[in-house]
Design a protein around this ligand. Structure first.
Ligand code: DGJ
Length: 701
């Protein structure tokens, strides 16, 4: 893989350093080469590894540093490099990790003599996933304060070629919709100004050569390992050169650096495939699953859960929760998750966020007792929290109004009737940490759903002084809390959540190996949401539940089998009132659970292939192939139904052409080539949204 290059000019226009990072990490030293370039070529082929202002490059930059006098020029010159075994880590920030045998680090030191700004570019190379990560440390070595106004961790310049850009836009309950458009002259910019990675755009971008498909063609991805505001850009300049950038959201960002202070730009994970989008996604899936997610759960099949939210919302007590647990146990479900409403005076979403004391009056017992009873039934117990929030009607807000983010003299913007707690200040974080750990110390809790239900708007911290740093420090506060929590409870499984999938990013995956994908549990909409999500994130990270019909978000009715099939393409669970489920449906749920238990290793660790586009095709189909190639499973849902339906054949991917595969149910035998070239014709079943599953085993394995 020829993927990344360093380009700095010692003496313009004479020297350009180009380092090609090949697929083998040990190639670094041998492949360093120096090229002489002439002025005209330089103009046309001006590839910059870390572009800044004041260098004659007028395209979008990676770094903008403002001095006290208001100037922003920063002319970084190469000073040296180091190559280290193993992947670098970042203090206080999530990052891909890699041991000495699987990864290498390249550090390149640059300096601007005038301003005293020193930059260390950090590269992590993980050849087995074709992944290169990028981060940078900025140090102020001079006496005057400087302000970082823009900080991107990755920049890729493409001198020639025609490209498409793929991004994922959305909204609450309809996240990560796929959009592919040709790159044209100008700037294509997506991002979040909300203090979180957001429902609106995923911090993930793909650039493909024109014509690239799932199975062929070159494509490049950037995924930001950060859960706050971001900006991703593609710029096509007057020469047709394309630049791709990923970094922090520059609006509302102005980070002061005093003498000797260091700022770390969050990491971007980059990957490349010349074999199309399926391989690109698989690179990220494998890297995130194995080298970003942590803890004992990352490789385990996660417990099948029942969540109380769509079962009863705020309307529950201890008895109704125990009844739900009993019904769940009887069906084979493994964990009960008590969602919002168990604390303070929380009877609706107007109050009590911040008061993390168990409402024993509502539960009619302590949480310890409730959890003990659930464990006695043979179930695990999980709990919902929303640590970053505060309701104005709460004891916490009455005691510490200055702990809420709000601008003095301005009426704060409320969203879901709540304010955001100032997680940039340690005293607030410590207080919430102590309140929540008091609950967790007392009751046996194996799982935590970490929710976050609004964007940050009135960003003012009473403790901060200069406000331009608050958004970044807020995210560090969240990470610090999560880190401490995992250290204290190393076996705790945390599921991320933010009004559904509003903070579904690689940064959260470092702490929470699964994330609730969307508040929309409608199976048809989920096909689209999970399709978009699959481009950048592993299936094992996608929280996905079977819910009731008519669906609470759309009113649509889909068969239980379809809801099961769609939810199984993720970390599986249920979220409905089991008291309203018929005996026949219960039997089907028991069956689903048995099937999921058998299939989960293949689903969670298999190579994932998108077989169709659920938005434009009549069939939504996807496939898992075990890494050893001995098993493959295709799942399809008919998204449309017409009179006198025409046939639909789904073509398989990722099989061995010459190998013979047997359908586990019918016993039919097929050659891999036939399955991939012709496919299997789906039977025509009447009724909307029918689902089909075919499990194949390679003969002789
Ligand atoms: C938003 C989440 O996405 C839901 O699943 C649920 O936990 C509610 N918050 C609870 O308030």
């Amino acid at each position: 893989m020829v993927f990344s290059y360093i380009y700095t000019m010692e003496e313009r226009p004479k020297a350009a350093w180009t380092i090609f990072c090949k697929n083998r990490t040990e190639d670094f030293p041998e492949t360093c080469m120096m090229r002489e370039m002439t002025e005209p070529i330089l103009w046309m082929c001006s590839r910059r590894e870390f572009p800044t202002w004041g260098t004659g490059d007028y395209r979008s930059t990676a770094l903008i540093v403002r001095g006290q006098d208001g100037t922003t020029a920063c002319d970084l010159r190469y000073r040296g490099y180091r190559i280290l075994s193993g992947k670098y880590g970042l203090s206080g920030l999530p990052a891909v990790y890699g041991a000495e045998k699987e990864a290498q680090t390249l550090e390149v030191v640059l300096e601007d003599g005038r301003t005293g700004i020193q930059v260390t570019l950090l590269y992590g190379v993980l050849p087995k996933y074709d992944v290169i990560t990028r981060s940078a440390q900025i140090i102020n070595t001079k006496e005057n304060i400087i302000y970082l106004e823009k900080a991107a961790s990755a920049c890729l310049d493409f001198v020639t070629g025609k490209y498409d850009v793929i991004s994922f836009y959305g909204r609450h309950a309809m996240e990560r919709n796929y959009q592919r458009i040709p790159v044209s002259h100008g700037n294509y910019v997506i991002g979040s100004r909300r203090g979180t990675s957001s429902h609106q755009y995923s911090p993930f971008l793909i650039l493909t050569e024109e014509g690239t498909t799932e199975d062929a063609g070159a494509c490049y991805a950037m995924s930001f390992v950060y859960s706050g505001g971001f900006q991703a850009e593609v710029e096509k300049d007057q020469f047709g050169q394309n630049r791709m950038l990923m970094g922090l959201q520059p609006e509302q960002f102005s980070y002061p650096l005093n003498t000797g202070e260091v700022f770390v730009i969050p990491e971007t994970v980059m990957t490349y495939s010349r074999n199309g989008l399926a391989e690109l996604s698989q690179n990220l899936h494998r890297c995130f699953r194995n080298n970003l997610c942590r803890g004992p759960h990352k490789e385990k099949v996660r417990p099948i859960l029942i969540n109380s939210w769509e079962a009863s919302y705020f309307d529950f007590d201890g008895e109704s929760i125990l009844k739900l647990a009993e019904e769940a146990k009887e069906l084979g479900i493994e964990m009960l998750v008590l969602d919002d409403g168990w604390f303070g005076k929380r009877r609706d979403d107007n109050r009590a966020l911040g008061d993390w004391q168990v409402n024993e009056e509502k539960l009619k017992c302590s949480l310890g007792e409730l959890s003990a009873k659930i464990h006695t039934m043979g179930l695990k117990f999980g709990l919902w929290v929303e640590p970053e929030m505060v309701s104005e009607d709460s004891d916490l807000y009455r005691a510490h109004p200055d702990w809420a983010l709000q601008i003095p003299g301005k009426n704060p913007v409320r969203s879901r009737n709540q304010l955001v707690l100032d997680f940039s200040r340690k005293d607030a974080v410590d207080f919430i940490f102590d309140s929540i750990t008091e609950v967790l110390d007392y009751a046996e809790v194996e799982y935590l759903k970490w929710d976050m239900n609004r964007s940050l708007c009135d960003v003012y911290s009473a403790a901060a002084g200069y406000q331009g740093k608050v958004l970044y420090d807020y995210v560090l506060g969240v990470y610090d809390f999560l880190d401490r929590l995992l250290k204290r409870y190393p076996n705790l499984l945390i599921e991320g959540c933010s009004g559904g999938g509003g903070r579904f990013d690689a940064g959260m995956l470092y702490y929470t190996p699964q994330i609730w994908c969307s508040d929309n549990t409608d199976a048809l909409d989920r096909l689209q949401i999970q399709y978009g999500t699959s481009f950048g994130f592993p299936i094992s990270a996608v929280g996905s539940h079977v819910s009731a019909v008519p669906n609470h978000q759309t009113g649509r009715k889909t068969p239980l089998s379809t809801r099961g099939a769609v939810a199984m393409a993720g970390t599986f669970g249920y979220e409905l009132d089991l008291g309203n489920v018929t005996e026949e449906e219960k039997e089907e749920i028991r069956q689903q659970i048995k099937e999921y238990k058998q299939l989960a290793p293949l689903i969670q660790t298999g190579l994932y292939y998108r077989l169709s586009n659920p938005v434009t095709d009549e069939v939504a189909a996807w496939e898992f192939v075990s890494e050893d190639g001995t098993q493959a499973m295709m799942q399809a849902v008919m998204t449309q139904i017409h009179g006198n339906m025409t046939g639909n054949a789904v073509k398989w991917k990722g099989l061995e052409e010459e190998a013979c595969y047997q359908d586990a149910e019918s016993g039919e035998l097929y050659y891999g080539a036939a399955l991939m070239e012709t496919g299997i014709l789906l039977p025509i079943k009447s009724g909307a949204y029918q689902t089909f599953r075919i499990l194949l085993r390679k003969v002789g394995s």
